[in-house]
Design a protein around this ligand. Sequence first.
Ligand SMILES: Cc1ncc(COP(=O)(O)O)c(C=O)c1O
Length: 395
Amino acid sequence: MLDPTFPIELVRSSYPALADGFAYLDGAAGTQTPQPVIDAVSAAYRAGIGNVGGAFPASDRSGAIVAACRAAVADLVGGHPDGVVLGPNMTTLTYRLARAIAGPGDEVVVSRLDHDANVRPWTQTGATVRWAEVDPVTGELPVAQYADLIGERTRLVAVTAASNILGTRPDVAAIAELAHRAGALMYVDGVHATPHGPVDMRALGADFYATSAYKWSGPHIGAVVADPALLETLRPDKLASSPDTVPERFETGTAAFADLAGVTAAVDHLAALVPGTGTRRERLLASMSAAEEHELALFAVLIEGLETMPHVTVYGKPARRTATAYFNVAGHTPRQVAEHLAGLGVNVWNGHNYAWELTGALGIRDSGGAVRAGLVHYNDRSDVDRLLEGVARLG
Ligand SMILES: Cc1ncc(COP(=O)(O)O)c(C=O)c1O
């Protein structure tokens, strides 16, 4: 049942790009940007910004932008503002943290469900690598295997909160319990999960929670959130001259200040998708729950439509998932399907989508992967119908 109380028309009207008439089902590769975010970025530039730490007001404005951004991201994921490390994207931040956390003599556990950005930074540390396997039929990441994978030498377990192609939401909290019992750290990739529902990094058992604002209506900025006391124990590569405080110690170079103002505006936008009261954190939890319900109701139509087409193969059937479908169409390459749909005004992604290990496990990496169609809160029933009509025409 579609939720008639979700204000979809109002939500859509705040995204200028949606007026071009395309069905944007490529949100998993990056969402569109609402007007308040565009305004916040240009307002920061208009007001005048300087580098941080100077003796003049424009510098103070940048300092305030950074502080507001840390508070906003902390509210979004349920973390501490002083533990919000900001940077250009999740991949860059994860490489930076991985070098500071693990090395030869350690063991790390990675999974074949994960985007490569939560795999290679760990496997390239020189630590011994242990692999958690995926069930290629269901797309699930069975928790039981972690009891054997995690041992006393395990430094860290890296796992995704949601697969960026199948949408699988593994039982991160249960994996974290096993990791913590062995004294290991949990690094949770929340890049795909964050836009699709409320996030509580403590409930997930995440010592580190990574997210990227461009997946949830913000600018191209990444963040990794951790307990500031944990960050204090780590010594990343840094310049001798740059601050040694936490979280600044992990932030190399000059920040994209105007974009950080946009990140805060994106969090405020998400907190107001549905009317609500209370703190921003409380409004975020309510708003993102409503968004998740909206997405999953639409997704039920999308996935049933695809699964009932005889010429379509849908990958995975996870019990808990985001509204993300990954499929192939008989007789057409994924690229041909994406081009056909683009011609009908429907944006979908094709390829392995950096789910390198997972597409390998599915046996489709070398043949071009598959087609990904994903929903976010601004998608509506007509987007789904246009996708299904377009795919049906290829039968
Ligand atoms: C699940 C997941 N993890 C990590 C990444 C990498 O994020 P970034 O582009 O911020 O480096 C992506 C990007 O698509 C992703 O979907």
